[in-house]
Design a binder for this molecule. Sequence first.
Ligand code: FAD
Length: 386
Amino acid sequence: MHIENDSYQDIRDAIRDLCSQFPADYFRRIDEERGYPEQFVDALTRAGWLAALIPQEYGGSGLGLTEASVVMEEINRCGGNSGACHGQMYNMGTLLRHGSDEQKNRYLPRIASGDLRLQSMGVTEPTTGTDTTSIKTTAQRNGDRYVINGQKVWISRVQHSDLMILLARTTPLAEVGRKSEGMSIFLVDLHEAIGHGMTVQPIRNMVNHETNELFFDNLEIPAENLIGEEGKGFRYILDGLNAERALIAAECIGDGYWFVDKVTEYTKQRVVFGRPIGQNQGVQFPIARAFVNIEAASLMRYKACERFDARQPCGAQANMAKLLAADASWEAANACLQFHGGFGFAAEYDVERKFRETRLYQVAPISTNLILSYVAEHILEFPRSF
Ligand SMILES: Cc1cc2nc3c(=O)[nH]c(=O)nc-3n(C[C@H](O)[C@H](O)[C@H](O)COP(=O)(O)OP(=O)(O)OC[C@H]3O[C@@H](n4cnc5c(N)ncnc54)[C@H](O)[C@@H]3O)c2cc1C
């Protein structure tokens, strides 16, 4: 038996109970069909879990990031994939922190109730990648509208969302003092935008992650959809990233436990050369090492979340938690696939699906290299390399 994580047991039990209605074959079928787990996301929404971080005054449950992270961890630990809906948890933070009272009153209660989904955030562009301040999508003010032109790539859940937060340049790069200035964020009503200046091109990908290329050709959006002050959008996006990193760390931790549980059970049963393969230390040690690393990553996740909830700076901890957790889940995934032998490749064991799903987090939403670069530059004070 593994050490059972005894913190936040009520939340863990509630999520496990909900997830038990969506067993492995549900997620396997969705993966095979390249579908979207609509019923699962609906059930999570109706139970109020996706509104965990929305304050009670706007109809949410006003929980902390720590509790929210446990929700995401448990979904992935149960064999599901929070990636289908995790944007709903953290995207609203941008609106909450930087939106006007009018915007918050208008949108947050309906996001909390599930009437509106704010699942998407459009930042990444094909020609600039991680170098976000070089984005080329522009928003030009024209009376009471902004006119958007440009392109985004890898923008997730657009086909299952009502709203999207969009980052665009409102002042050309050449005219700003610092390259992080002159970008703004907007709330885009996807139903109004699609077909009226915005085109969505789904990207078929390795993980059945609903993600898309977006094209903007004179898309007009009301000026009132600007969030916060014009020109400060990049800072607003950065403000939200720590929550995103910590929640995704938690998902990786959930994945890691799922792999360890699965491979431990399997290797205790699978008999080769007349004994369970799990009797060999060559099999035990990689699994034990992955388990140790998941436990350690989980501590860093709690540290990041506690600092976030206490409104203390947590950039270092959130980034380190994401790196440790993504590495630990990937290590566990490899051990799990390896010790299932050929069966690891069979879809009905779910290992190959979870293997693909957890691999994403070495690259998105921030690559491992960029986290190391952050630690080197901002914590160890090495000179900036790019
Ligand atoms: C399934 C999926 C869903 C996504 N969802 C969203 C979304 O909803 N919204 C959104 O805005 N974006 C989304 N993304 C984009 C994601 O955030 C980016 O893919 C990620 O940030 C990496 O950017 P890139 O792909 O442009 O890689 P690049 O910037 O081209 O980098 C490629 C690789 O080069 C390396 N590298 C780059 N620069 C450096 C450096 N200076 N030093 C060392 N190594 C470096 C890194 O290893 C990196 O992985 C998603 C991506 C995927 C795959």
